[in-house]
Design a binder for this molecule. Structure first.
Ligand code: ZN
Length: 89
């Protein structure tokens, strides 16, 4: 058990701007989640709290990468690793 959740491919999120890795969702502390680089914990990670892929995306804007035109769906996981998708307001 590595202690993180792979973000489904159906969820549009930018790769790490430093190394190009797809981010993962990790449990941090008791109830908080972070979205962070899967390769290097020193790369950007979102503040501890709710899963915030929008924040990850805002800090990992691709410079020369094709921007997928998927719906801006966000995945949210509960403590049993069930996940739901929703459209952020
Ligand atoms: Zn990285």
């Amino acid at each position: 058990m590595r202690g993180y959740i792979i973000i489904p491919k159906s969820v549009p999120c930018h790769n790490c701007k430093y190394c190009g890795s797809r981010p993962v969702i990790a449990l941090s502390g008791k109830d908080g989640y972070v979205v962070k680089c899967s390769m290097n914990s020193n790369h950007y990670r979102t503040p501890v709290g709710l899963i915030d892929i929008d924040d990850w995306n805002a800090h990992n804007t691709p410079t020369n990468e094709f921007e997928p035109e998927n719906d801006q769906m966000v995945a949210c996981y509960d403590s049993k690793l069930n996940y739901t998708f929703f459209l952020p307001a």
